[in-house]
Write a protein that binds this ligand. Structure first.
Ligand SMILES: Cc1ncc(COP(=O)(O)O)c(C=O)c1O
Length: 526
């Protein structure tokens, strides 16, 4: 362990982390959850940047040359993002302007404080209607590409290098667990957003010889396989450890799903309860991250999957001080959202119910006609659904080439293969609603039977209905765009140059695929 600390000393850092954060028992909460012991790892007590685990990653990330010498930092996140507020706090401390790009989500009390702080101290704030709007209007920010305005902080401040801060955290906890009295801890719980904290922690614990799982509770609804992403992050963190001259050991990392509820930043009753539990202990529990993670722990405790857990308190301390007049510094839409905040908006009706309801309504008015479509079906979508994708693509992407259009349905179909059955039900309802909902919008025609211009008009009209109509229009648009962005033809529009290597590095390109010397297959790892 000492060797890692010594090796880690060579990694440039801002110096925001001084000494370990406390690991404290929480007997009352343990009793409430029905576990024998519960320990809290209090990262909220970091003195710098108002605390929170994010400080560990920022300490390494922002000390990298590219960030040290950048004229400004650019950061994106939800409108009340703690990560954005932490970067803004770091910018304030390091005298660096921060440009914030915020997409809308419901705003609870905790996240309203983050927003007020961000508005107070960020050099600029740009607002987006949702995540997709951000991806479409500011792809360089989402893809962390170089920007004229400054260097982009990756989502969640997670980079291979920054995860070293969390590897060190894992070793720090290991040392505390080895010194602790009482029954040994059997699992570590924490929220999982970008996944960098959980991955780094798991690698660090394993490196220190602690053989318990890190259980990462998903708080975001990812389209793409979160397991694969998490394990890729583990491999990246392990590679960084190797670069420091050390040998990683196989780690235990488990993903807990089913606690996101209707979506990222949308509170659930279990998350609100978890947040309230933490507030009682003087911790700034909130329903976006920590509340959902504690809900995951509670469910595992009820199922007998943990008796002696550690809960990692990743959130910052309460009480971020805004600057007077911060509200006027926000774009008008966000200012209205902030004014209305304080009370958490109730979770909206679930997407599934809205879609199924709309599809049922279409059936009731006798509009369901699903025959007369040419061609074979795909793996997930039937031939009429593939036709809907093509028709939507033709309407939404007027400059797409014929080949690009032909490829769209297959891409959407392949993408949906990774969806669990419950989500596929929603997708089928979505296609049904698009194809059949036109009676409500532009007359009794199938969507695919309309001209491209009328399809666009129909989508606009459905969207204008709000509620389920808006959901349908947006969902089909997002699916089509996701497929479109996979096409090289689309890349110039989003400033992506493709997965290419420069001519200079071509002779060694296959070297990158070789395992570093000393690696063994996972199954043979000691
Ligand atoms: C309070 C809190 N907990 C946990 C996380 C998730 O960390 P990660 O993105 O490394 O998964 C975040 C990320 O923003 C956070 O703000």
């Amino acid at each position: 362990m000492a060797s890692f600390a010594a090796a880690f000393a060579s990694v440039p850092r801002l110096g925001l982390i001084e000494g370990p954060t406390p690991l404290v028992p929480a007997p009352e909460l343990a009793a409430q959850l029905g576990v024998a012991t519960l320990h809290l790892k209090r990262d909220d007590l970091f003195p710098e940047l108002h605390g929170g685990t994010k400080v560990r990653k920022l300490d390494v990330l922002l000390a990298e040359d590219a960030f040290r010498h950048a004229k400004a930092w650019v950061v994106a996140g939800a409108v009340g993002s703690g990560q954005v507020a932490a970067v803004v706090a770091a910018g304030k401390q390091q005298s660096r302007p921060v440009h914030a790009h915020l997409f809308r989500t419901p705003l609870g009390e905790h996240s309203a404080e983050n927003l007020a702080f961000t508005a107070s101290w960020a050099a600029s704030v740009t607002a987006y209607r949702n995540q997709v709007d951000l991806a479409v209007r500011a792809p360089r920010v989402v893809l962390a590409l170089p920007m004229a305005s400054g260097i982009v902080v990756p989502i969640g401040a997670t980079s291979p290098r920054s995860m070293l801060g969390c590897v060190l955290a894992g070793m720090e906890l290991a040392e505390q667990l080895q010194a602790a009295d009482g029954p040994p801890a059997d699992a570590v719980y924490l929220p999982c957003g970008s996944g960098g904290t959980a991955a780094g922690l798991a690698v660090g614990l394993a490196l220190a010889g602690i053989d318990i799982p890190v259980r990462a509770v998903m708080v975001v609804d990812r389209f793409f396989s979160p397991d694969m992403r998490l394990w890729r992050l583990v491999r990246q963190a392990e590679l960084e450890v190797r670069r420091l001259g050390l040998t990683p050991r196989p780690c235990k990392l488990e993903l807990r799903r089913g606690f996101v509820g209707p979506g990222y930043a949308q509170p659930t009753p279990a998350a609100l309860k978890g947040a309230a539990n933490l507030l009682e202990l003087g911790i700034a529990g909130e329903a976006v991250y920590t509340g959902k993670a504690l809900a995951g722990l509670a469910a595992d405790a009820a199922a007998g999957l943990t008796r002696n857990p550690v809960f990692w308190v990743t959130v910052r301390r309460p009480g971020l001080e805004p600057q007077e007049g911060w509200l006027e510094r926000l774009p008008p839409g966000l200012a209205a959202l902030a004014r209305a905040s304080g009370s958490v908006s109730p979770p909206p009706a679930t997407r599934r119910n809205l879609l199924l309801g709309f599809a049922a309504a279409a059936t009731l008015v006798g509009a369901a006609r699903l025959t007369g479509y040419d061609g074979p079906g795909g793996e997930v979508l039937s031939s009429w659904e593939l036709a809907v994708v093509r028709a939507a693509g033709e309407a939404l992407l007027p400059n797409i080439s014929a080949a690009g259009l032909d490829a769209l349905p297959g891409r959407v179909d392949r993408y949906l293969l990774s969806f669990p059955t419950s989500l596929r039900v929603e997708v089928h309802a979505l296609f049904f609603a698009v194809e059949q909902s036109l009676p409500f919008a532009v007359g009794f025609h199938r969507f695919t039977a309309l001209s491209p211009a009328d399809r666009l008009l129909a989508l606009e009209r459905i969207a204008a209905l709000g509620g389920p109509g808006l959901l349908i229009a947006r969902s089909i648009r997002d699916l089509v765009l996701l497929a479109w962005y996979q096409a090289p033809e689309a890349w110039p529009d989003i400033g992506y140059e493709g997965p290419m290597v420069s001519a200079a590095s071509r002779p060694s390109v296959y070297d990158a695929l070789k395992a570093p010397v000393g690696w063994v297959p996972f199954s043979e790892a000691p």
